[in-house]
Ligand binder design. Structure first.
Ligand SMILES: CC(C)(COP(=O)(O)OP(=O)(O)OC[C@H]1O[C@@H](n2cnc3c(N)ncnc32)[C@H](O)[C@@H]1OP(=O)(O)O)[C@@H](O)C(=O)NCCC(=O)NCCS
Length: 156
């Protein structure tokens, strides 16, 4: 299976029962997000994984990358059809693949919700400027009857 962000040699084969289950997008105002992080630094620890903070921290200004990842978490909740209380933000993680492209991983309540909806992978794309960060997430049912991922609690 080709998971989010992995490069493939050509178009992915279409499998019976495969399809888009949900789509979500979110736009974050960087200045506003910067003020939230400055006012309440613990927000960053609560919302982002260690890997997300480390990657964002390697940029001259980490806030646009963090804002884009926050947008991806909100977009994923929309794609899963749940509201803000539907999962913890830290359960939804944006990983960076070797080519720089993002991939979305979910754990915990977010992974359970994904499984309930038949979602076994996500597509995610990010964009950010100094002012705005944007993410779009598409939740996909593979239709291949794939078993739950190894720890039983994580849907890539
Ligand atoms: C992908 C690329 C064009 C985006 O550049 P940009 O318009 O300056 O930046 P944006 O803000 O719109 O997008 C940045 C996000 O794109 C994503 N991204 C990076 N490389 C990517 C890739 N190869 N494929 C998909 N998404 C990618 C990342 O999530 C990045 O966010 P991050 O910096 O917080 O990790 C640029 O990073 C690039 O040229 N990468 C290398 C070449 C490449 O593989 N291009 C593929 C398209 S032709």
């Amino acid at each position: 299976m080709v998971s989010s962000g992995e490069s493939a040699p050509g178009p992915e084969p279409v499998r019976a029962g495969a399809g888009v289950v949900g789509v979500g997008t979110d736009l974050v105002d960087i200045d506003r997000f910067r003020r939230v992080l400055a006012r309440t630094p613990r927000v960053a620890e609560r919302v982002f994984t260690d890997g997300e903070r480390a990657y964002a921290g390697s940029a001259r200004d980490p806030v646009p990358r963090l804002a884009a990842r926050f947008a991806a978490k909100e977009a994923a909740l929309k794609a899963l059809g749940v509201g803000l209380g539907g999962a913890r933000f830290a359960e939804i993680e944006v990983e960076r693949r070797a080519g720089g492209e993002p991939a979305l991983l979910v754990r915990g309540a977010a992974a359970r919700r994904a499984r309930e909806r038949g979602v076994d992978r996500f597509l995610v794309t990010l964009s950010h400027t100094d002012h705005l960060a944007q993410a779009t997430v598409i939740a996909v049912a593979g239709g291949d009857g794939a078993p739950p991922t190894p720890d039983g609690d994580r849907a890539p």
